[in-house]
Design a protein around this ligand. Structure first.
Ligand SMILES: Cc1ncc(COP(=O)(O)O)c(C=O)c1O
Length: 378
């Protein structure tokens, strides 16, 4: 947060629980990744935080967008983003979804297998395709190359199939996984793609001129992490090996959204159980903290405004389910009803996958430090 919001005041105004979305941080993260990857067009992947304020800020910074569904298309459209600043990256989609993308005016789609490629035959005059490859990275917290992506050896046969279908293959894409620990896999993937592009050109199969290096750029959930410029140094080097005329794009999600979100919840009950305080919050594992399950994230948590000797305590969510425990054995001063509990780095893969199980409302998202002009068409 820029100067740090007054959590009590924001809760007094908007209620609890909240997810504060700091647009200053969205802009800062975008700019720092852009500086770390000069010449690479950043297409914000909407999935981790599909919020109009994020779209508007990035739109005004000249960013592009990675959409995966017609719902995400509706959002970018509502924010006045031009379709030529969007790519559709879902490797497996229905024809209705493809048509929704085409209707909006998106031209670039992704496929990773022959059946998906065949879906584009009927749309061949209006669509072009990136072939997505799989490069599995054991250091990635979320492996996105198990469910999607083809082997490098499958590229040439798919280029031949595309030629027979009359479908244009524009380039290649990959996603080494989300929250990767080191840049090695990007470097390997870029090297393999460079060879595949050269081979496709030399054999006359296709003149590939676009490489999409995906998302995955990591953020620090605790502890330290090398600055993004350092992390990207080997990637910048690797990109120099690409054949001439290849444009590069990336699909960062977490790196832009994660640090921008702060969860604020309230202690609504407490009880002593087996010698420890259990504090019950109005947000939990079925709400903003769901990323602890789905995204394997562990968010830094603190209790601003409450000091005293720390004791191992339990933070539990508001539902009736016993799995709904946010943190076991967290050292905390004794909390009182009404105290606020703050989760940091909670912008990505939190609100987007929250539920209202038990009819317990999800956290309201409050955008702070908004600079973007209200909706405009490019
Ligand atoms: C196709 C695609 N692009 C981009 C992303 C964003 O990845 P990250 O949040 O790790 O940057 C994802 C995440 O699931 C994805 O599936």
């Amino acid at each position: 947060m820029s100067r740090g919001p007054d959590f009590k005041a924001v809760v007094a105004q908007h209620g609890s629980p909240l997810l504060l979305l700091d647009c200053d941080v969205v802009r800062r993260q975008y700019r720092s990744l852009q500086a770390a990857l000069p010449g690479v067009a950043l297409c914000y992947a909407l999935k981790p935080l599909p919020h109009p304020a994020v779209v508007a800020e990035l739109r005004d910074l000249g960013g592009c967008f990675d959409v995966a569904t017609s719902g995400e298309i509706r959002l970018v459209k509502a924010e006045g983003v031009a379709p030529d600043r969007c790519i559709h990256t879902h490797p497996i989609k229905s024809d209705a979804e493809i048509r929704a993308g085409l209707r909006f005016g998106i031209r670039t789609f992704v496929a990773d297998n022959p059946d998906e490629l065949r879906k584009f035959r009927r749309h061949r005059t209006r669509a072009e395709v990136l072939l997505r490859l799989s490069f599995r990275d054991p250091t990635a917290v979320v492996d996105l190359s198990r469910k999607f992506g083809c082997e490098p050896a499958a590229v040439a046969p798919m280029l031949e199939l595309a030629r027979d279908l009359g479908v244009t293959i524009r380039g290649l894409s990959f996603h080494v996984g989300s929250q990767v620990a080191e840049p090695k896999k990007y470097v390997e993937a870029i090297g393999v793609c460079a060879e595949l592009i050269e081979h496709a050109r030399a054999s006359g199969l296709a003149d590939l001129d676009l490489l999409d290096i995906g998302g995955g750029f990591p953020i620090a959930y605790g502890g330290t992490m090398q600055p993004i410029r350092e992390f990207c140094r080997p990637i910048r080097q690797a990109l120099k090996q690409l054949p001439r005329g290849v444009r590069v794009i990336a699909e960062p999600g977490r790196f832009i959204a994660g640090p921008s979100g702060t969860s604020v919840s309230t202690v609504i009950g407490r009880a002593q159980r087996e010698g420890r305080w259990w504090y019950y919050l109005d947000d939990g594992l079925y709400g903003s903290y769901n990323g602890q399950l789905y995204d394997h994230a562990r968010y830094p948590i603190d209790v601003p405004g409450r000091r005293g000797p720390a004791h191992p305590s339990v933070l539990a969510g508001p539902t009736c389910d016993s799995i709904d425990v946010v943190r076991e054995d967290i050292p905390l001063p004794e909390l009182q009803l009404g105290d606020l509990v703050v989760g940091r780095m909670m912008g990505a893969y939190t609100a987007c996958s929250a539920t209202d199980f038990n009819f317990i409302p999800r956290a309201k998202i409050v955008a702070l430090n908004v600079q973007a002009r209200s909706r405009r068409a490019d």
